[in-house]
Each structure stands twice: as structure tokens, then as C-alpha cells.
Design a protein around this ligand. Structure first.
Ligand SMILES: NC(=O)c1ccc[n+]([C@@H]2O[C@H](COP(=O)([O-])OP(=O)(O)OC[C@H]3O[C@@H](n4cnc5c(N)ncnc54)[C@H](OP(=O)(O)O)[C@@H]3O)[C@@H](O)[C@H]2O)c1
Length: 340
């Protein structure tokens, strides 16, 4: 055991949120470092991801969700999310070295004790933490495994400035899309999406019907829809779909970020007759199921692709609860990452 590290700080859920998650719903607990098991690494975390999915997982409703790769949280539970840290101690023969960087699932704390089987080496040299922690892989998997983008496609990405969306628009372009349209909640994000993320047009939610705005942005219709939002966005994209359109459904922010409270129900009305006539494909997809096989391919692909890793970086564990609140309120852009 490493004697120099005796205390560690962990962010825990204090109470179920009432409506939007607030920083005061979380607390930072200082405890002794848990004793490592025979196969455990002690890791000093350097970066961790803040995902808006935590809001849903911190709601009582989440206890009823099955098939989501995050555990539901109860008051007192430690939060967790993807992290990158430096190995401080490791058992001999574990295949890891002190000083190396690893990615693992126990963010939201300054030190983590993690089974070696849940750690992946990311090398010693300078690394791009956003390539590992960000949702580029999710977007890449959705557009290469969930559905396929074809050269010349018109692609629509809902929540196009978000963690997944900020990567999906760029990746779709690299895979051959001719026109890429995104949606967002504010005019300044829309300007940034066109300038930095390469979107051809941006639709503003809460500023008139999405269907009308999409018709103006894509007069010839939509071939591919990458959906993070559901609801009105999904109905509008279905109405604008061209023959053979492919929709990959990744999230339902309309329910997850509902101001009244996170929900696991995201109903939407679609015209099934039109889906049939236009030979459309709608696929719900989780990148998790392909990550063991596909993640190394993504890491190699993104090195060549020259993508812009949009990231809102926050310094210090004590700022992480506010960052989660701000992310859910739509105040941040791209991946939200805490640096320790
Ligand atoms: N299938 C998978 O493999 C997979 C993996 C990870 C996550 N997910 C899911 O994918 C979805 C997107 O995840 P993400 O991390 O990339 O989130 P995100 O898009 O970064 O979500 C935050 C953004 O949502 C937008 N927003 C806020 N309130 C909203 C509302 N009421 N309706 C619609 N949009 C709202 C805001 O952006 P604007 O202000 O720009 O609109 C905000 O910045 C989530 O549902 C998540 O659970 C799926």
C-alpha cells in the first residue's frame, strides 16, 4: 500500500434532485483510501468526464431502468464516469507500470482503487484526454456500425453542440456527408458550430417548429439522422426523410433533461405509413456493445482525421458538481471534463 496517500475525496449523491440537479444535491466526502485487493491498481485521477446521463441516474426513476451501462444512484452512492489517471501503485505481474496513464470507469474522485481488468493503458507520452473520455467513439460507432453514412448524404445531428453531437457532425463529414445540419439551444452556440465544427446550417430548438427550420435547412430532405434528443426533433426528421433514410437513435434528451424532472419515457408520434413508403431504417444503438472490438479502430482513425475535440474543461473536483448542473442546463459545449 502506498503510505503517502491516506485520504481521498469522492463526490457522492446527497439527495435525489427535485427537478433540475443542483450542486447542493451532491457532496464531496473525504475518507481513507480503500485498501486495494490483490488485482487492484491505485490511480491518481487527472481527468474525468461529466455526463448529463448522471442526472437521470440520480433520479428515483432510474431504479427502474434496465440495459443502461450506468448504475442507478441512491443517496450516499459515489458518482462514477470515465477517467484517466496515473498509476501510483500496481501489483507485480498486472501488466501495468507506476507512472503510466490508464483509462478506467471511476471518475468523480481524486484517487481510485480499480481492478486491473477494468483499466486500459493509454501510454506515457502526451495524450489527448478528450479522445479517450469524449464521445467521439460513440459518434464514430453510430456512424460506422449503427448505420452507415454514404458519400453525398445530408446528415442531421440533434444536440449537435453536445458531447456526442460535436463529434458526430465532424465525423459524418469525414465519412463523406455533403451537407451537415445540427440543432442547438442558443444563437452563440450556432455560430460556434458553423465556425469551429463545420456545420453547414444550425437549427435552434425553442425558436419555432423544428420541422419548418429543417425544411429550410435541408430542402431536398435528410438521408441520415443522428438523434440525441427524440420528441419533436425525431418527428421533424422523420417528416423530412428521403427514400432509404437511416436514423440512429442514441439518446432522448427531451426526457433526460426535462426541466420538471428526468424521465425514462420519451414518447413520440410518427407516421408509420411514411416510414414504410420511404424504406426507412430506425435503429436504437448503444456504442457500448461494440467498444471492446471497435475502440482501438477509433483511436487510430481519429489520429488521421484531424478532428476538433470540443471540450469545456473545469479545474478541480470541487467545481465538478456545478459543472454537472451547467451541462444539464445547456451552458457548456462539447465534452465536459474535470481536470484534477
Ligand atoms: N447510445 C449511446 O451509446 C450513448 C452513449 C452515451 C450517451 N448517450 C446518450 O446520448 C444523449 C446525448 O449525450 P451527450 O453526453 O452527448 O449529451 P449532450 O448532447 O452534451 O447534452 C447536453 C446538451 O443537451 C442540450 N439540452 C439541454 N436541455 C435540453 C432539452 N430540454 N432538450 C434537448 N436538448 C437539451 C444542451 O445543448 P444545446 O443548448 O446545444 O441544445 C446541452 O448542452 C444522452 O441522452 C445520453 O444519455 C448515448
Amino acid at each position: 500500500m502506498n503510505r503517502a496517500i491516506e485520504r481521498c475525496r469522492t463526490v457522492r449523491l446527497l439527495t435525489y434532485p427535485d427537478g433540475m440537479i443542483q450542486p447542493d444535491d451532491l457532496t464531496i466526502a473525504e475518507t481513507g483510501l480503500p485498501g486495494p485487493g490483490p488485482n487492484d491498481l491505485i490511480i491518481r485521477n487527472r481527468w474525468f468526464r461529466v455526463s448529463i446521463s448522471t442526472r437521470l441516474m440520480a433520479s428515483p426513476d432510474a431504479q427502474a431502468v434496465e440495459g443502461i451501462p450506468f448504475p442507478a444512484l441512491r443517496p450516499g452512492d459515489a458518482l462514477a464516469d470515465g477517467a484517466i489517471g496515473e498509476v501510483v501503485a500496481c501489483p507485480p505481474g498486472s501488466g501495468f507500470e507506476v507512472g503510466a496513464f490508464v483509462s478506467h470507469p471511476l471518475g468523480w474522485r481524486d484517487y481510485a482503487v480499480v481492478d486491473a481488468g477494468h483499466c486500459v493503458a493509454v501510454g506515457r507520452g502526451p495524450i489527448e484526454p478528450a479522445a479517450y473520455l469524449g464521445h467521439g467513439w460513440t459518434a464514430y460507432a453510430a456512424l460506422t456500425r449503427g448505420i452507415q453514412v454514404r458519400p453525398g448524404d445530408t446528415v442531421f445531428v440533434s444536440s449537435g453542440a453536445g458531447a456526442i453531437g460535436s463529434m458526430a457532425g465532424q465525423i459524418a463529414r469525414k465519412l463523406g456527408a455533403a451537407r451537415v445540419i445540427g440543432s442547438t439551444g442558443s444563437a452563440d452556440k450556432a455560430d460556434w458550430m458553423k465556425a469551429d465544427l463545420g456545420y453547414d446550417a444550425v437549427i435552434l430548438r425553442n425558436r419555432g417548429p423544428i420541422a419548418d427550420q429543417l425544411k429550410a435547412a435541408a430542402p431536398a430532405g435528410v438521408d441520415v439522422f443522428v438523434d440525441m434528443v427524440g420528441g419533436e426533433h425525431l418527428a421533424a426528421a422523420a417528416a423530412a426523410a428521403r427514400e432509404g433514410a437511416r436514423f440512429v437513435l442514441l439518446g432522448a434528451l427531451t426526457a433526460e433533461l426535462n426541466v420538471a424532472g428526468a424521465s425514462i419515457a420519451a414518447p413520440v408520434e410518427l407516421d408509420s405509413f411514411q416510414l414504410i413508403l420511404r424504406d426507412m431504417t430506425l435503429r436504437g444503438y448503444s456504442a457500448d456493445r461494440d467498444s471492446a472490438e471497435g475502440f482501438p479502430e477509433w483511436i487510430a482513425w481519429q489520429r488521421e482525421a484531424g478532428l476538433h475535440f470540443a471540450c469545456s474543461k473545469v479545474q478541480g473536483l470541487e467545481r465538478a458538481p456545478q459543472a454537472l448542473h451547467d451541462a444539464c442546463e445547456g451552458r457548456l459545449r462539447g465534452l465536459v471534463m474535470v481536470e484534477l
